[in-house]
Design a protein around this ligand. Structure first.
Ligand code: NAI
Length: 780
């Protein structure tokens, strides 16, 4: 063929990368691998095969870990941890830097091995996965270096169990291991059963660069091995990336154990194209959004929403582009879309598509190899928003498309999902794009772009896409804890007495939606003072009252859009009104607790409200120095509706601390008053009533913590639950929260110094906000 003809037809010839070196490395291990524990490879045990999905060939055999082997790995990590943490930050930085350099030096081998094992095109593993791996280790070398000075008072968690999926085996390993090691943790990592090879190659790199033994341990196997890590008592934190279903199992399995947890789960990310977008760029963006790694990407732009006026034109351009996608041998440098990870996964994708009755399924006309786990690039139009293909993660090269008319409708459709991982917005009108971006319920939002990642920018989801961020300072924070052990918290029992109802000054009510409300069940209970006198009766709230309070809080969503200045003014006003009634509140506290410290607690409460009012307009986001012509804005968004089980040992100060911090950040609150000392909270609603607090922003319930905590935690319209109760409710909250994977912050029976630095810690602001990263490229 003449060169001219080639240009005319744009035919391409194969340009395969050699698999030789990668296969030699496997052969060098006899084709069989044991675990990497305590700095050396163990003998292979009971093994299973890992295959090349593009050809079906067996690449190697790896070991299915037994419980004893998992235990040995945890023990090795435990033994190594104190020494690793005690190494100076600079010492750890040098090791992480050596890993970054090692990955760079062996970049081609890692890339080829990754493409062989996963089926992803070499162009991706070579140009995206592996460079990002090196970047991650390099960035976190810097974190290790700076930790002592920039994160004072924070220490490593200990041993981290890390479980990663098969879509980005080496990149997810880097996202997990780099921050963990930087902070002084040691790890036991399990790669996915379909794709263990690059993790094993990485283990060898750890040895080559002289990482201390036991700092990184790799065990292989299936979900049962994952479960053994999750439930191992010697593990202090679990970091998981994978399906929402398994994320939920892990949430339940770790509930009540005190293990830290971050979950990076599925998504069904919207890709919004406005009629004034650069349509050709948006089509090209879609290639990266949904055909990158054959759509097996948690943040894939799998749900196209295109403005009605340009939908036909856009779909025509899209189909033409899809027809030209090159699907084939992953090792071919000219290939756009490789094989999916396994024939079993291919069948799953095919089954999901075949099960759909409505809509029009269109497969691209590009040639697909006959053998191997290939699935054609696919576009499905004409589905209703409730269709399973619009709602569920397909995790394959399948795009579903719908239309919208107005920006309002685009936001509404985009947010009509139980997930909240990522979103893309395409428009040449910056006002429109930047107006829409923060209204999208997602942890990462790309303006005129897609699938951009960098170690400096946090990545992670909202809602059922999980919690926690990876990357940036926010990612580092998740691998640390405050230094020092908190004291155990004693249960605070209600006072008892025999007083009569005569002379009762008033009967308290619930406070829901800006109104005093009688409890649904019609029950009240006596509250006795320290001297045995009957002080008052308080309502016993039930499930229905929780529902009403949550509904009222949901309706008060405008609070999130109030300016920070405005929110500060309201909180200052609360402080002012509390101060005006200081003596009355002090008497009430003294009567309830008998501590005689009521006046001090009221004064501290006024100061605490000032504290959060002060923070309202100062809890700033960051601008991330990402490698982009443009920037990534890490914005602080309110979490939403927060349920709070208030502390018992500081009934007023605890309440205003939680309420003030949450409100200052734009959240609405359903607070359950201290169970033994509820009157501080029921008196406080009179302060709320007179302080311009919009109805529904702050709701107060009284009742049994053990009963109400699980109800709040199970409620699907509550985004977070905090508990500082002296009742044993932490485990129940964590377990019940698995339903919608809400954020939880519970005390696990540990005390908090409400009057001191802990009470005004920025930990409250961290818990009251989500970091949303908005990527904004600029320039011509
Ligand atoms: P998965 O969630 O089962 O697997 C991810 C990892 O978790 C693997 O290492 C696996 O061995 C481990 N695992 C499985 N069960 C476990 C358990 N009970 N305890 C601890 N660890 C366990 O994902 P799977 O089955 O491979 O894929 C199913 C679907 O999940 C995909 O089709 C896709 O929709 C979604 N998925 C999402 C990912 C993401 O990045 N968000 C990654 C992989 C899958």
């Amino acid at each position: 063929m003449q060169l001219r003809e080639i240009f005319e037809t744009m035919e391409w010839g194969p340009a395969p990368e050699s698999a030789g070196e990668a296969l030699d490395w496997i052969a060098g291990h006899g084709g069989r691998f044991g675990h990497f524990v305590g700095g050396r490879f163990a003998e292979p045990g009971e093994t299973f095969e890992t295959k090349n999905p593009a050809t079906g060939e067996v690449l190697a055999e790896v070991t299915q870990a037994s419980a004893a082997e998992v235990h040995a790995a945890v023990a090795a990590a435990r033994a190594a941890q104190p020494g690793w943490a005690a190494l100076s930050g600079h010492g750890r930085a040098r090791h992480l830097y050596a890993l970054a350099r090692g990955v760079q030096r062996q970049a081609r081998l890692f890339a080829v091995l990754e493409s062989l094992d996963t089926g992803k095109p070499i162009r991706e593993s070579r140009d995206i996965d592996v460079p990002l791996v090196a970047r991650h280790f390099s960035y976190h070398a810097g974190m290790a270096q700076l930790m002592a000075s920039e994160m004072p008072g924070r220490v490593a968690l200990g041993v981290c169990g890390q479980i990663v999926p098969w879509n980005f085996p080496l990149l997810m390993l880097a996202w997990k291991i780099a921050p963990a090691l930087a902070a002084g943790n040691t790890v036991v990592l399990k790669p996915a059963e379909w794709t263990p090879l690059t993790a094993l190659r990485f283990a060898e790199l750890c040895r080559q660069v002289g990482l201390p033994e036991g700092v990184v341990n790799i065990v292989t196997g299936d979900g049962a091995v994952g479960e053994a890590i999750v439930t191992h008592a010697g593990v202090d934190k679990i970091a998981f990336t994978g399906s929402t279903e398994v994320g939920r199992l892990i949430r339940r399995a770790t509930a009540g154990t005190g293990k830290a947890l971050t979950l990076e789960l599925g998504g069904k990310s919207p890709y919004i194209v406005f009629d004034d977008a650069d349509l050709d760029s948006a089509v090209e963006g879609l290639v990266d959004a949904i055909w990158f790694n054959a759509g097996q990407v948690c943040c894939a732009g799998s749900r196209l929403l295109v403005q009605e006026g340009v939908a036909e034109l856009f779909h025509a351009k899209l189909r033409a582009r899809m027809d030209r996608l090159r699907v084939g041998d992953p090792l071919d440098k000219a290939v756009d879309v490789g094989a999916v990870v396994d024939p079993e996964h291919r069948a799953r994708v095919a089954r999901m598509v075949a099960a759909e009755q409505e809509g029009e399924v269109w497969h691209a006309a590009c040639a697909i190899p006959e053998a191997g786990a290939y699935y054609p690039p696919t576009l499905i139009t004409g589905l209703s928003p409730a269709s399973p293909l619009v709602q569920e993660e397909i995790f394959g090269p399948v795009l579903v498309s719908g239309t919208f008319r107005t920006p309002e409708e685009a936001v509404q459709l985009a947010n009509d999902t139980r997930y909240g991982l990522a979103a893309s917005v395409w428009s040449e009108n910056l006002n429109l794009a930047l107006g829409v971006a923060p209204r999208l319920e997602a942890g990462v939002i790309w303006v005129n772009g897609t699938n951009m990642f960098d170690a400096a920018a946090g990545f992670g989801g909202l809602r059922e896409s999980g919690f926690g961020r990876e990357g940036g300072w926010e990612g580092m924070l998740a691998y640390t804890r405050p230094s020092g052990e908190a004291a155990p918290l004693a249960h605070v029992a209600p006072m008892t007495g025999e007083g009569s109802e005569q002379g009762l000054d008033r009967t308290a009510k619930l406070y829901i939606g800006g109104r005093q409300a009688r409890p649904d069940g019609g029950y009240a209970r006596d509250v006795f003072g320290a001297d045995g006198r009957l002080l008052a009766q308080v309502p016993v709230a039930n499930r229905k009252d929780v529902r009403n309070a949550v509904e009222a809080a949901r309706k008060a969503g405008l609070w999130a859009q109030a300016t920070a200045y405005n929110r500060a003014q309201v909180i200052y006003y609360m402080a002012e009104n509390l101060s005006a009634r200081a003596a009355e509140f002090a008497d009430r506290l003294d009567a309830m607790t008998g501590s005689g410290e009521g006046a001090a607690e009221v004064e501290a409460s006024v100061a605490r409200l000032f504290h959060w009012a002060a923070w309202a307009d100062k809890w700033e986001g960051r601008i991330k120095p990402v490698p982009l012509r443009g920037t990534a804005l890490a914005m602080r968004a309110p979490v939403g509706v927060i349920g709070v089980l208030c502390p018992d040992e500081s009934p007023l100060l605890g309440l205003v601390t939680c309420l003030g911090a949450a409100m200052a950040m734009g959240n609405r609150v359903v607070a359950v008053a201290s169970e033994p000392y509820p009157l501080a909270a029921t008196d406080f609603y009179q302060v709320l009533e007179t302080s311009d607090v919009p109805a529904g922003v702050a709701n107060v319930l009284t009742g049994a913590h053990a009963e109400l905590a699980p109800v709040l935690a199970a409620h699907m319209d509550v985004e977070a639950v905090w508990s500082f109760s002296s009742s044993d409710v932490s485990g129940a909250i964590e377990r019940e929260s698995a339903g919608n994977l809400k954020r939880t912050w519970v005390n696990h029976g540990r005390a908090r110094d409400w009057a001191g630095a802990e009470g005004e810690s920025v930990a409250f602001l961290e818990a009251a906000t989500e970091v949303k990263t908005v990527w904004v490229p600029w320039g011509e």
